[in-house]
Write a protein that binds this ligand. Sequence first.
Ligand code: FAD
Length: 267
Amino acid sequence: MTESTDKYTTETVTWVHTWVPHKLFSFRITRPASYRFTPGQFSRLGVRTRNAQGEETIAWRAYSVVSSPYDEELEFFSIVVPDGEFTSQLEKLKPGDPIFIDKQSFGFLTTAAFPSGDDLWMLSSGTGLAPFISVLHDLEVWETYRHLIVVHSVRGVEELAYQETIEGLRTHEVFGEWCREQPDKLIYVPSITREPVPGMANARITTLLETGELEQRAGVTLDPARSRVMLCGNPEMVQDLRDLLKTRGFATTRRGIAGNLAVENYW
Ligand code: FAD
């Protein structure tokens, strides 16, 4: 059944990619013709489900857009929450199936929030990487910042999704000649918390920040005057990092005063 209301449209799933079976996957959907977003923003997606009374209803959840604003389709990166109302339905979707999307995009996890700076740090846990893949596809971000540092913390190495995409951007396959003139702009710091993996960090981002390993691995210093920091994912991680960064002179935008920190909690 195809529905379109003032608030949402029905789109079609076009592609599904499993990263870790029954745990992590990405999917693409057709893009409503008039759908606009800024890298870092999120969509509201809807899937059909049944409420406690057994009646058919639509469950809605926020999902960061992975795609670039110029992509023809919209890509998303999802966890599967065991018995989760939304993701237990979402996980079953296959190409050709319908999905609902709110006509608007939302959120303030964008570089527009920042005054200009030298280095853009994107610190994420789990699916919190999603908005940063979109940000990394923004040529303006490449033009504005000297370094783009992506930190992705996961429990197991198999959860390091989008490594090839990041590598493609890092080695300039995406932006080509223009970026080749600026080697080492994109710095990728994966961290595996559950098990040590040769060559990779092995701690939560908070620990990496406290011990100085984060800056050491990135080869860039965190400095409130020059660095702009975005945090996304697990709310506990976001809060702990926020507290730590506060002691180092980082703050979100408040009462019209532009900050050097932007955050997004996933639950
Ligand atoms: P819920 O009932 O919504 O959640 C149950 C519990 O599962 C939560 O209390 C929490 O403990 C855990 N949980 C929820 N989401 C996650 C997650 N992403 N990773 C680990 N544990 C989780 N989720 C994504 O997978 N990808 C995204 O890009 C994404 N973007 C979001 C953007 C925003 C602004 C917000 C607020 C949330 C975002 N989420 C994202 C979370 C998403 O909206 C849902 O919570 C998630 O799909 C689970 O839905 P559910 O109904 O199955 O479980």
